[in-house]
Design a protein around this ligand. Structure first.
Ligand code: CA
Ligand code: CA
Length: 244
């Protein structure tokens, strides 16, 4: 799809989100995650895409508006995840993004258990989309996911707009490093040493590392030199899958 992006998504309101769900104005893009050792596709991250009045809208404002109403947020997330599971590409791990607030009610947890019950080869990416992260609440969410038996990925490590939670780092099977590392390293080589420290920790703990936002050959070579396990980003866009 190549619709123009909405210029001012701040105008988005709850009614728009309800309409998008009702009229099913959303789809999924599956971004490949490439194994560095083989160059093959190891998995796909399912990314939500939205359209309103024939214009594409970035996911973040949609999720932010929905987040203000817990029932609406759950409704949106349940529709998205069901679609993301249904159209998943074969023979690859599926990475699904879940906000911890999806686990706030027992009935919501029951829903996820049923939806994911028979799913194989999925990994739950945990990130916080709002600034009201509560560690106890996050730990509760991690307990539920681990009880279901799914691997966990810590998303957006290094993104300065996201909170950092050590309990999540400790329990994660995959550490996903945000694309902002690439920019930071270009501006100041000290960041490369910080990232090397994280990667050494990941290796020592048997956690697997993913560097996001690979856009150029140079980014790819840097990822290779750093020894990350997997990469994803625009450079591999030609390998993307869509739900429609
Ligand atoms: Ca993610
Ligand atoms: Ca991410």
């Amino acid at each position: 799809m190549s619709s123009p992006m909405l210029c001012n998504e701040n105008l988005l309101n709850e009614c728009d989100v309800v309409r998008m769900i009702h009229e099913r104005h959303f789809w999924v893009e599956y971004e490949p995650i490439i194994a560095m050792h083989s160059g093959t596709i190891f998995g796909y991250e399912a990314l939500a895409r939205f359209i309103l009045n024939e214009r594409r809208i970035p996911p973040m404002p949609v999720l932010m508006v929905a987040h203000q109403n817990p029932e609406l947020f759950f409704h949106l997330e349940s529709e998205l995840k069901a679609l993301q599971l249904f159209h998943r590409p074969n023979n690859a791990m599926l990475f699904l993004n879940l906000d911890p607030h999806n686990f706030s009610e027992p009935k919501h947890i029951a829903f996820w258990k049923q939806l994911f019950g028979n799913a194989q080869d999925i990994c739950i990416e945990i990130t916080e989309n709002t600034d009201d992260m509560q560690t106890a609440f996050l730990s509760h969410c991690l307990n539920e996911i681990q009880t279901m038996g799914f691997p966990i990925a810590q998303d957006d490590i290094g993104n300065d707009d996201k909170p950092f939670c050590f309990d999540l780092t400790r329990r994660a099977d995959f550490l996903k490093f945000d694309k902002t590392w690439l920019l930071k390293i270009k501006h100041c080589p000290d960041y490369q040493e910080i990232l090397k420290g994280f990667l050494a920790f990941a290796k020592a703990q048997g956690k697997r590392s993913i560097l996001e936002g690979i856009e150029t050959e140079g980014d790819f070579l840097l990822a290779r030199d750093l020894g990350v396990d997997f990469v994803q980003g625009y450079l591999f866009k030609h390998l993307n899958h869509h739900s429609c």
